[in-house]
Ligand binder design. Sequence first.
Ligand code: NAP
Length: 639
Amino acid sequence: MSHDDPNFDEQLRSAVHVAELPSLLPAVAYLTGDHTLLREDLRPGVHPTPLGLEPQGGLSSEQQELGRTLAMRALRDWHRAGRPAAPDYRPEDLRVLMEFVTGPVDTDYLSLFLGQLGVDVNGPDWTLEDVRPDREFRVVVIGAGMSGLAAAHRLDEAGVPFTVLERNADVGGVWLENDYPGCQLDTSNFCYSYSFAQHAGWRYQYSRRDSILEYFRDFAEAQSLRHHIRFGSEVSAARFDEDARIWRLTVRDTADGSVSTIEAHAVISAVGQLNRPAFPATPGLESFTGDAWHTARWNHDVDLNGKRVAVVGTGASSFQVVPEIAEAAEAVVLFQRTPPWIMPTPNYHAELAPGLRWLLREIPGYHRWFRFLQFWVGVEGRRRYALVDPAWDKPGSVSEDNHALRCALEEYLEREFADRPDLLAHVVPDYPPYAKRMLRDDGRWASTLKRDDVELVTESITAITPQGLVTANGSHHEVDVIIYGTGFRASEFLVPMDVVGRGGANLHDVWGGEARANVGVTVPGFPNFFLLYGPNTNLVVNGSIVLFSEAEVDYVMACLRTLFDADARTIDCRPEALERFYERVDAASAAMAFGVEGVHSWYKSSSGRVSQNWPLSTLEFWQRTRGPDPSEYVLDRTV
Ligand code: NAP
């Protein structure tokens, strides 16, 4: 938009009315350099309530009016002055602006914050050429999903030669594989995107799958990563050769089945947690004569129009599928074993307001502050609702805060199903909020369950027959199609890859079904082998999974730097370090709602131990991933 565009003032006025002032005011102060906007009497209180953030930081309507007037005036002047670029800020100068949103915070948060504002202070400040110019070193990254691409980007920046092996034909990982109807984010995509590749053009707060996939494709393209990726290449084994101190990977070409070997000095596994479909062990599963598939392997050849469709499960995937397919199918029978808790989210399916999109597009840097506000609210914000109070004894909750959240969520369900007490009786969970994955909705779930052509079945499935499903009360539900929304084998990390480390130790034998890795990244006896989105790095109530993957990549890069600095051949975690890490992590998991006994979820291994989630603060993970503690690692310098 040119600076003499007469529409600017008008568009600005309507845009400013839909903006959240806690992000608009620092954004305008940042852009114009006019920090007088950040007045004490306009300082937002951004403390979350059980159901989220108070609108406009709790500012009164008079305060809001004043904030809008000041922001508009400053932006008009900026526009008339020819839209100059924001002044140069040193990282420490940004603190004042950030603390307008956050209030005074622990200094250790600042490097975390800067990244969220797009100041890329966390990338490698070294290259292999600088540190060890004569060193021959090659890394193999397994997987080109969200984590693998982040690793590829940082390796590329550091000039460390690498190859990415990806079994699919494209990048994107779960966002490529999951193309079921209704697939979309249920965390804000402003936070579910790399801090170092922020995007102002999102149309939704909770993007559709195609936009997320496009984001990862564009990122791979823009960073010229594609030529490093070997698509259609599935790693079946990785073996460490102790004499040569080399990893040898067995790679199957998915097109022709041929097998080859690739050597690497280090391996970064970025294979994810949620991509191996889990099917129920129900008798007769194979006997069904209709079409059947898993949500993550959608069969687009079958038209559901006029079909009777069974959907098994009410987790995040089915929750998005059912409202979509109910429109087409003749009837949907939904089999629910456990109801989900639902966070009311009025804008869950809505496009961002046009004014907001205008601001994101026209006001440079606004999207960073929009992200920053969401990030700050989410970073530790909801953790307190999931903490167990050992003295708390009310069933169905784990603390006073958790109980307050439970009451608010129950009220929402009671309102949504007020006209259908028969359904209400089945949709209120008996377990504490955050013991399982919380879902989001804007009323669509309730309206779908109330449809005449949707039946909610809560009897357990006892058998599958050639024609349908039988439940414990003996009912036989005849259907044409069965869709399994039954989740993933999340605790079986790296299965079916055969990973063999020092002394011929097989990773799966070492783990014995209980995957553990120091800082979620390294496993003793598996030198130069690093995991991304590994054990205990999944996020439930605080932070963003993208932030965690970025942090893990920082840690891997710092391990490599340590290796090069010492001119060592390998870096290997000490077993005592792993034990110490797990004393802390396991104790913390037991003190979180998702660790309580008696609630089954994909967060836990088959023994009931939480092996997927990070149970501590985001800040602690951030601090631990700034680099390896030298006392926790052995460097092998022998030539
Ligand atoms: P899930 O959360 O593991 O849900 C599986 C569902 O299947 C549960 O309702 C489970 O019931 C049910 N189930 C399993 N076996 C069953 C059986 N034998 N009989 C009846 N019901 C059975 O899997 P998901 O929905 O695919 O989601 C997995 C994770 O992927 C999510 O938690 C989320 O992290 C991620 N995801 C994210 C998004 C997003 O961002 N929008 C979308 C989809 C998935 P129980 O609860 O009783 O076990």
